[in-house]
Write a protein that binds this ligand. Sequence first.
Ligand SMILES: *Cc1c(COP(=O)(O)O)cnc(C)c1O
Ligand SMILES: [Zn+2]
Length: 415
Amino acid sequence: MGSHVKGLRCRACGLDTDPIAAHVCTACFGPLEVVYDYDGMAAEVSRELIAAGPRSVWRYAPLLPELPGADPDARVDLQAGLTPLQPAPRLAAALGLRELWLKNDTTNPTWSFKDRVVTVALTVARQLGFDTAACVSTGNLANSVAAHAASAGMDAVLLVPADLERAKIATSAVYGPTLIAVEGSYDDCNRLGAEAAGEQGWAFVNVNVRPYYAEGSKTLGYEMAEQLGWRLPRHVVAPMASGSMLVKIDKAFQELVATGLVAEEPWRVSGAQAAGCAPISSAFADGAHEVEPVKADTIAKSLAIGTPADGPYALEAVRRTGGWMEACSDAEIVEAIELLARTEGIFGETAAGVTVACLRRAVRSGAMRPDEPTVAVISGQGLKTLDVLTDQVGPAATIRPGIGALEDAIDELVG
Ligand SMILES: *Cc1c(COP(=O)(O)O)cnc(C)c1O
Ligand SMILES: [Zn+2]
């Protein structure tokens, strides 16, 4: 299998660059994106080739940005991806929808969707000659970079806000990275990361190798189509932090059509944010094309990016496809985490609560047609944000260890 990467192209001015470690255009500081030779890609890929590939995101290797000369055995690979796409009839009924599917990314190696982007970023980083992986993270990315770096014998340096959930600190630190807690917001960490990336010679997954990293999110879209029997889903709802995941799901659908892997059918993509950090959804509601930065204040820390790099592109994708954007309160997030768990047996983190709560809002507002088959992305696992539930759920009764006490309790609780 060959690489179909042509290089990097500026999304603002169109200037082309070689496939190097860079994320902004030297001419206009616009964001860089990986471009491919789609004719070459279409000539190589087929449904059969993909089906015969690994049971991970790497089954889509011809559509991913490995560089020429890639050795499949040298990938930084913990088998991310190919997560379940499961029907959710009980949640659908609770929300008033006819057909709902959940893309359950809680089952990834470090229990969030971030494993998809990190396996791609670090594989390319190693090809580019880096031996240290770094990131700025609200938690899930740090988990994933630490784990993938450990598995490949790379060093890892992680910058996280000091007020992160305790579980997300422990679940990164256990892999032995250099973990640095920054007394500031994610956006403060991000500024620091951008400065450090230039100086340290590290592969900063969401800074200097971001164009490759972002491509990993496309695998969500490829998998949905493959798992639906090589058809595009009619409608996808994605949680938004930087907005990149949503943009890349839409890009994946365009590529599946361009390479002839699926028939062209209309699709739409919709975005979900927490009201405490909803710069993209607010711009959508205002009819704006630019995104005003906000100061984040929400329990959905994995989505708490006040200056979303891909905001304008997410707005474009949602408007072009006729989707919606919503924002929900912290109380709705907790309610939605419980609703998802009780109806479908999936324990999602706060970002999953955001997706489900915004879906409910969209049904109520009429933005969401009840008969429209929909896939919702459940992007992270609930044990990581257990703190938000500790006052919400617990034992129905606490009793002495005697049969009389048990019978009394059961009489009272179940009648
Ligand atoms: C990072 C993340 C997202 C989406 O992030 P984008 O920056 O919009 O791509 C969604 N859910 C979880 C749990 C995440 O960690
Ligand atoms: Zn440019």
